[in-house]
Design a protein around this ligand. Structure first.
Ligand SMILES: Cc1cc2nc3c(=O)[nH]c(=O)nc-3n(C[C@H](O)[C@H](O)[C@H](O)COP(=O)(O)OP(=O)(O)OC[C@H]3O[C@@H](n4cnc5c(N)ncnc54)[C@H](O)[C@@H]3O)c2cc1C
Ligand code: SF4
Length: 466
């Protein structure tokens, strides 16, 4: 244990946000890192519990050795702390920025949990800054060739581990840049794209090949000894109303992709919220990213619709610690909307009933309606919102059929390539991982799943016996 009285002496202090008005002027990172001395105090708050729930199934899906690296951080032994972190965490620079920190909510300090995510980010960014992160080139190659389809967090984690095991790995990605939703999905302010590019360059230096702008099917993966499908869960759920094909109606990921592309190229975004009244359908994290992006692009207003009632302010009795708290959270985009518009952009128990267009099939307004407890529209509650851009952030219904069909695979009822025995092995030389196997989830879960698939593929390649 680091400091026996640490959690009594030091209050929890996260890396603070930049002010809303300041950060709305750019797409730069949201937080300001605390100084090193604060980091030692925050790490000192870890009690090294007998049963560290932060590492359990309630906490970190990677089972990171959190108490160990917190203690070493507190003692100023950052390099050793990093070593313990990297035992289980392939890319702390991603999770240190975008992980919802399941570990912190499972911490024995409950609502006052240790700031593990910020501590993790401090360790990895210190390591990059001090030149401790250098290419790890496997000393021996097995001669086995593996194709990983998709370069999201699952594909990157899988490729990284297989490469370290000595296999020769090629990541095949349909997009023009690697990273999956890390690149085109999660906005730059949450995860700056140079952070993704830095990791990809490092992996290339370690021997992983990236084949971009390439749709992978059986032909592209001929000649490989194993193929791991990490294509994501990218089929968006649409709305059951007319005119979803109108100009001004767009799926959230397409909109966020266009915004990132524009930012990286310096050109104007193909789909911009500038000057428009924006309605975001979906009250989740993706919807929040749309709110933050639309505000940065200079929208006239933004409203976020959510079908479900607002969650409670405190844990309900059926949702005890150390479970993830299903409580009301106000994320960065919503905070920004409150600062600009003077009120929370979220409207609960409401959906879109109708889309109105002009004679040229351009969206002009969205008619909303309130829903009762059984999600039935309540007549007489309709409202017409002027709307030039409607962003559908209503979740995902599974993997794209075209990749599954190309490999003669059938997704289950929830659109997943999940083998019945719960493994990653689909049969023959095919494996699956990440959202494609589990359904839409989190970066940290995709990383854990990619690593688990790598271990199964490695056993298959080496023909291990019991
Ligand atoms: C807008 C948004 C914001 C999010 N924010 C967060 C967050 O803050 N924190 C968090 O933990 N999670 C977040 N998530 C969820 C998280 O991004 C995903 O769970 C995670 O990226 C899944 O990783 P993956 O590797 O399985 O798939 P993906 O990241 O979807 O990557 C799949 C890749 O496969 C490629 N591909 C698919 N088929 C083929 C093919 N046939 N050939 C070649 N390439 C192919 C795709 O182009 C894509 O690049 C967010 C999701 C969205 C949509
Ligand atoms: S990856 Fe997420 S859950 Fe795991 S230690 Fe880091 S912040 Fe916590």
């Amino acid at each position: 244990m680091g400091k026996a009285t640490g959690f009594l002496e030091y209050p929890r202090a996260e890396d603070p946000y930049r002010g809303e008005c300041e950060r709305l002027k750019d797409f730069d990172g949201l937080h300001v890192p605390r100084p090193e001395s604060d980091r030692r105090c925050q790490a000192a708050r870890c009690m090294n519990c007998g049963v560290p729930f932060c590492q359990s199934d309630f906490g970190c899906p990677l089972h990171n050795l959190i108490p160990e690296w917190n203690e070493l951080t507190y003692r100023g032994r950052d390099r050793e702390a990093l070593g313990r972190l990297l035992q289980t965490a392939p890319f702390p620079e991603f999770t240190g920025r975008v992980c919802p920190a399941l570990c912190e909510k499972a911490c024995n300090l409950a609502d006052d949990g240790v700031t593990n995510r910020d501590n993790e980010l401090y360790l990895i960014e210190t390591a990059f800054a001090k030149g401790w992160i250098t290419p790890r080139i496997p000393p021996v190659r097995t001669g086995k060739r593996v194709a990983v389809i998709g370069s999201g967090p699952a594909g990157l984690a899988c490729a990284d581990l297989l490469n370290q095991m000595g296999h020769t790995v090629t990541v095949i990605e349909r997009a023009d840049r690697p990273g999956g939703l890390l690149m085109y999905g999660i906005p730059n302010m949450k995860l700056p794209k140079e952070v993704v590019e830095r990791r990809v360059r490092l992996m290339e230096a370690e021997g992983v090949a990236f084949l971009l702008n390439t749709e992978a099917g059986p032909r592209e993966t001929e000649g490989y000894d194993a193929v791991v499908l990490c294509g994501g869960s990218r089929k968006p759920r649409s709305l059951r109303v007319d005119h979803t094909d109108a100009e001004g109606v767009c799926f959230a990921v397409d909109y966020l992709t266009a915004a990132t592309r524009a930012l990286l190229s310096g050109a104007a975004s193909g789909i911009s919220a500038e000057g428009k009244h924006v309605v975001v359908v979906g009250g989740g994290d993706t919807g929040n990213d749309c709110v933050g992006t639309a505000l940065r692009q200079g929208c006239a207003s933004v409203t976020q619709l959510e079908m479900m009632p607002a969650p409670p302010a405190a844990r309900a009795s059926g949702n005890p610690w150390p479970e993830w708290p299903r409580t009301l959270r106000t994320d960065y985009g919503q905070m920004e909307a409150i600062a600009v518009q003077g009120k929370d952009p979220r409207v609960y128990e409401t959906t879109v009933k109708e889309l109105l267009t002009d004679g040229q099939n351009r969206l002009t307004a969205a008619v909303t309606v309130r829903l009762d407890a059984d999600h039935r529209p309540i007549s007489g509650t309709e409202q017409t919102l002027p709307c030039g851009l409607l962003l559908i952030a209503a979740g995902f219904v599974g993997c794209e059929e075209r990749t599954a069909e190309a490999f003669a695979l059938t997704a289950d009822a929830r659109g997943r390539l999940l083998p019945e025995n719960g493994s990653h092995h689909l049969g023959g030389k095919l494996f699956s991982a990440g959202d494609m196997r589990t359904g839409q989830s989190l970066v940290v879960r995709a990383l854990a799943d990619g690593r688990a698939a790598a271990r199964e593929a490695d056993a298959f390649l080496r023909k291990y016996t019991e």
